[in-house]
Ligand binder design. Structure first.
Ligand SMILES: [Zn+2]
Ligand SMILES: [Zn+2]
Length: 346
């Protein structure tokens, strides 16, 4: 086989690319180009990253740096089989040096390039953090209870629920789903929320757990770009009764287990389960709470009724025997004294 030579440089060669030898071919090829200095915008408060024209959720800083370089690379459009390695090294608080190592082929000719670039972080407060700092909010969720003061436990749970809802929405990318302020008041808690949508979501999540109802009242607060701007107050009312309340409902006396759209619990006269639509109950009133229960001696068990010693007057009182009672004469049992009489508690 006769020796072949490159028409450009005259050297002997076996393989040709575009009719020239490999060296001549790759001389004016550039596998990739990358600016020597790149900039990446990150919020110092929440870590959000500004990319493609908008702020998006925080990520690992090295990830941001790598992505920043990756997006700035200009590859020769004939490149194939690219193997790219980007190794970032932090220089100081705001600077990374990124070593670029790329191997690829152009029209079958193997090429390799090594290059360094520097990524500078410009720390800039994001739109959401600026809003929070400026006291921005779109709604207020007022947590109260119907005809009573909510308990500390209820309010604690409500705040946890609100925080969870807010975190979940933020993770899903809703950057306005923040709670700007929590105001503790004698009668409940006010949550200032970054978006109307979050206010609604919080109310729904709380009602799912506790029951209760909301009324919304929008208030015009101004205009933005020619559109009316509203702030909405969500007045959330937790149900009147809580677990452990002893209530009279119509003719029955119930120990409440849940109270929302439905009231459920135990009928203390029969020991049977009770469940009714709250709105169907005509005459509903609180008689006491399980916390008011006292011990009393069971004097006699007469099958349908029992006799107990009134813990205050020491008189023997006859009451109906509920299904759940397992005690025998002489035992101490838990009872509650109400305006409707004495009732045995499960
Ligand atoms: Zn050549
Ligand atoms: Zn931020």
């Amino acid at each position: 086989m006769p020796d072949s030579f490159c028409p450009k440089c005259g050297k002997n060669a076996d393989i040709f690319y575009d009719n020239v030898c490999k060296n001549c071919f790759i001389k004016d090829k550039k596998l990739l180009e990358c600016p020597a200095i790149l900039f990446s915008k990150i919020c110092p408060v929440c870590g959000s990253v500004y990319k493609r024209g908008k702020w998006s959720a925080r990520e690992e800083e090295r990830e941001t740096i790598i992505e920043c370089v990756n997006e700035s690379l200009k590859l020769d459009n004939q490149v194939s089989n690219l193997e790219l390695t980007l190794s970032p090294k932090q220089l100081d608080y705001s600077r990374y040096r990124v070593h670029i190592d790329a191997k690829a082929k152009i029209k079958g000719a193997p090429l390799e390039i090594e290059q360094d670039t520097e990524v500078r972080i410009s720390w800039e407060t994001c739109d959401t953090c600026s809003r929070i700092a400026g006291g921005y909010f779109e709604g207020i969720v007022q947590i109260r209870a119907e005809k009573r003061i909510p308990t500390k436990e209820e309010l604690g749970k409500c705040k946890d629920i609100a925080e969870n809802v807010s975190n979940r929405s933020q993770e899903k990318g809703d950057r306005l789903a923040f709670i700007a302020k929590t105001e503790e008041l004698g009668e409940g808690v006010d949550l200032y929320v970054g978006s109307i949508k979050l206010g609604k979501q919080i109310c729904r999540a709380i009602i799912e757990v506790f029951g209760g109802k909301i009324t919304e009242s929008p208030k015009l607060v101004g205009q933005k770009n020619g559109e009316d701007l509203y702030r909405i107050t969500y007045a959330l009312r937790l149900p009147e009764f809580v677990r452990g309340d002893i209530i009279s409902a119509d003719d029955k006396v119930i120990e409440v287990q849940t109270c929302g759209k439905h009231v459920s619990g135990i009928d203390l006269e029969t020991g049977k389960r009770f469940i009714e639509n709250f709105n169907d109950l005509m005459d509903i009133k609180k008689l006491g709470s399980r916390l008011d229960a006292v011990s009393a001696v069971l004097v006699a068990d007469e099958n349908k009724t029992i006799q107990v010693l009134d813990p205050e007057t020491y008189e023997t009182v006859t009451v109906k025997r509920p299904d759940f009672l397992g005690a025998e004469a002489g035992d101490e049992i838990k009872v509650i004294k109400t305006t409707k009489g004495i009732y045995v508690l499960p």
